[in-house]
Design a protein around this ligand. Structure first.
Ligand SMILES: [Zn+2]
Length: 311
């Protein structure tokens, strides 16, 4: 059911982590597909809302629960930061997917760094920034030289944004954030591959980012290409292949017209990327389970500039 090229992260992530930080397979017990969607508040709905497609249910329940806890708790306080992912051999997100090495070591979730932001607070901060963007009440960049000097010593970005490469959707602008605030990974169609996932894992595990937002956008060219189907030529085909499952899911919901199909595919793609990320990365799964991380999907409207959360 998962056909995206997420399968090769093992070597990458192991190379990036010393033995003590290496990972164990499986994904959080609270993220089991049988879990019910989150009910812990407005942010907790997460990916728990119903979605079309054969695997949406499993994704929804599992993901939302982990998120709900993250939003409802205060994971940055002392004592809440230690956790180890459960060992769940044979789970579909585990050994079969990642190979032996993924189960070799447990993921250690270190205590939150001083000044760490809770996942829900990070999300609120982003959405407040989008409101400033909409009203052109920018506060960034501020004191740029001073900030640059501070950041030269180290970074602690409060959110990871996996966004499209589209020139009209720069995360620092649409969320009105400054230097050092966002850890941004951009690729057409905001899809995930091992390099992307490794980058995101680095931000979560080593920089302490408590929130990942997968940011799709209206009229995305990469999703359009996937909807059109066929061979687009060059390496664009790899994007089309990655997005194809979302298009299939969107078609299954019987959209009334081509525009609706495209928009549903954009949202389905965001949803699938967000869910798969948490499920296939033992590192992200461990941080989700420890309530130190939330993963959300969002859609940027090219016409209005509004960022809306995708259920
Ligand atoms: Zn795009």
């Amino acid at each position: 059911m998962l056909t995206r090229p997420l399968l090769l992260l093992t070597a990458l992530t192991l190379a990036a982590h010393p033995p003590a930080m290496a990972m164990e397979g499986g994904y959080p017990a609270s993220g089991h597909p049988a879990a019910t969607p989150g009910k812990g508040g407005e942010h907790a709905a997460g990916h728990g809302a119903p979605a079309a497609g054969g695997h949406a249910k499993a994704q929804a329940g599992g993901h939302a629960k982990a998120q709900a806890g993250g939003h409802g708790a205060t994971p940055h306080k002392s004592g809440a930061g230690q956790a180890t992912a459960p060992h769940r051999k044979g789970h579909r997100g585990g050994k079969a997917r990642h190979g032996k090495a993924a189960h070799a070591h447990p993921v250690h979730v270190p205590p939150a760094k001083p000044g760490a932001v809770a996942p829900a607070d990070a999300l609120a901060r982003l959405l407040e920034g989008n409101k400033r963007y909409l009203s052109a009440a920018f506060i960034h960049p501020e004191n740029l030289a001073e900030r640059r000097t501070d950041l030269a010593k180290g970074q602690q970005p409060f959110a990871v944004i996996l966004g499209c490469a589209d020139s009209r959707v720069p995360p620092e602008f649409v969320f009105d954030q400054g230097l050092g605030d966002l850890f941004v990974v951009r690729v057409a169609g905001n899809v995930v591959d091992p390099h992307v996932l490794g980058s995101i894992e680095y931000a979560v595990e080593h920089l302490g980012s408590p929130l990942i937002v997968v940011l799709g956008h209206e009229r995305c060219g990469a999703v359009k290409a996937a909807v059109a189907g066929g061979d687009p030529g060059g390496h664009i085909g790899s994007l089309v292949t990655a997005i194809a499952p979302a298009v299939k899911q969107a078609r299954a919901s019987h959209p009334p017209d081509a525009d609706a199909l495209l928009d549903r595919a954009i949202k389905a793609n965001v949803h699938q990327v967000a869910v798969e990320m948490g499920r296939t990365s033992p590192i992200l799964a461990a941080f989700l389970k420890a309530k130190r991380l939330a993963i959300r999907g969002a859609r940027y409207d090219l016409d209005t500039g509004v960022v809306e959360l995708v259920p």
